[in-house]
Design a protein around this ligand. Structure first.
Ligand SMILES: *Cc1c(COP(=O)(O)O)cnc(C)c1O
Length: 401
């Protein structure tokens, strides 16, 4: 728990500044660094992600306490490890999937198909038919094309409409890709009513690692307006899905889940009690539970620049750095820091993890690299490109904290 004392100290300093008080209002958790270090020393054959499921449980409970009306449906893509999915199911999570393969991971764990929401807005006819036959009931749409395709496969399916909302202040703005605009939404509502399709909900995504709680307020308000339009068209709106995007601590300050929850809870008052409300957190539930550990392969000086190569790079799971995420990285060296270019082990020129990252000057072959809060979007992305092995996933559960 190396980070706790310092983040608490920071909290105290910040009470003087109301603007900054928005951030760091609750100490975030991380996997115990000493446990990680020992795990690496005991045995190392390839890069690994170590996950403490006690933290996953804690994050579930904290999410539910912050937003009592909102049931979290975990976004499987963030970390599809079966042991993690099982713990989330035990804690009462529903799930959000993008593919039938993700559905096939969940059903053998005893997850009821009705608890699985298919939130990928563009699916094959076969995927729609397969999921419907397995008992999935809720399917997202953001196009007339998908509406017609889904309706043809299962006219009784419950559909929810993904709308475009602002992604201001998110590290991964997503709305540019998915989400119907106002005019398209009107068209989808009109066609659903004409077809007799059960278009019964609204969803949006605030953007991943969203550090701006206002995105949820705006999304919920837009959904409220659309509910009225749907009812007017003769539809029966009854599901609000506030999406994912809930942030985790890395280097930049984040609003706590309690701060976001306050915004969400207030905005939800505009919806009658019988409206079902869900969210789709991915990153929030699993990131802090994990450390990603890899090793320095070697170093080089190229055009006067210091390079180090790790045994895991973009293709080995350390890929979110390329989109601007700054992880907190620990080592067993003490520096002083210099600016390193960090590359993965493959020969692809794209396999550069970070440029000019301050890390200890004395790092060398065999040294461990410990990446904090890396339980989401690491192993899930890894491929066997160039013959390097997939990272191992080690899962344990520490005693209740
Ligand atoms: C990826 C995704 C999520 C999860 O996003 P996080 O930022 O990890 O919370 C939720 N819903 C949908 C539709 C997604 O594609």
């Amino acid at each position: 728990m190396g980070d706790r004392p310092s983040s608490l100290a920071r909290n105290r300093e910040q009470t003087a500044n109301p603007q900054e008080q928005l951030f760091d209002t609750h100490p975030e958790v991380s996997l115990d660094f000493e446990v990680v270090r020992q795990a690496a020393r005991q045995k190392y054959t390839r890069p690994f992600l170590i996950i403490d499921t006690a933290i996953v449980r804690e994050k579930m409970r904290r999410f539910r306490a912050a937003m009592p009306r909102v049931r979290p449906h975990y976004a499987v893509k963030a970390n599809p490890d079966r042991r993690v999915l099982k713990v989330l199911a035990q804690e009462g999570a529903g799930f959000e999937i993008a593919s039938t393969a993700e559905l096939d991971l969940l059903l053998p764990l005893g997850v009821p198909a009705a608890d699985v929401f298919f939130s990928n807005p563009m699916r094959s006819r076969e995927a729609n038919a397969y999921a419907a036959a397995k008992g999935v009931r809720w399917f997202v749409v953001d196009s007339v094309d998908e509406l017609r395709r889904m309706h043809a496969v299962d006219p009784a399916a419950c559909l929810y409409l993904r709308i475009a909302t602002p992604n201001i202040g998110s590290d991964w703005p997503l709305s540019g890709k998915f989400g119907a605009g106002a005019a398209e939404a009107r068209e989808i509502v009109a066609i659903a009513a004409k077809l007799g399709a059960d278009l019964a909900g609204v969803t949006f995504h605030a953007g991943s690692q969203c550090r701006n709680p206002e995105n949820w307020r705006v999304g919920i308000e837009k959904a409220r307006t659309l509910f009225d339009a749907m009812a007017k068209a003769g539809l029966r709106p009854r599901l609000l899905d506030i999406g994912g995007g809930f942030p985790v601590r890395h280097v930049k300050p984040i609003p706590s889940i309690e701060v976001i929850g306050a915004v969400v809870n207030e905005a939800l008052q505009a919806f009658p009690e019988d409206v079902q409300v869900i969210a789709e957190p991915g990153r929030y539930l699993v990131s802090d539970a994990g450390y990603f550990v890899c090793r320095v392969l070697g170093s080089a000086t190229r055009a006067g620049k210091r390079w180090m190569h790790w045994d895991a790079g973009l293709f080995g799971g350390v890929i979110e750095t390329t989109e601007g995420l700054k992880y907190k990285i620990r080592t067993d060296r003490s520096g002083p820091d210099i600016a390193w270019h960090v590359a993965g082990p493959t020969c692809d020129s794209v396999d550069v993890v970070m440029r000019d990252e301050p890390l200890p000057s004395d790092l060398q072959e065999g040294d461990f690299i410990y990446i904090r809060n890396a339980g989401a979007y690491t192993t899930a992305y890894a491929s066997g490109f160039n013959g390097f092995p997939l990272p191992e996933v080690r899962v344990f559960e520490s005693r209740p904290r």
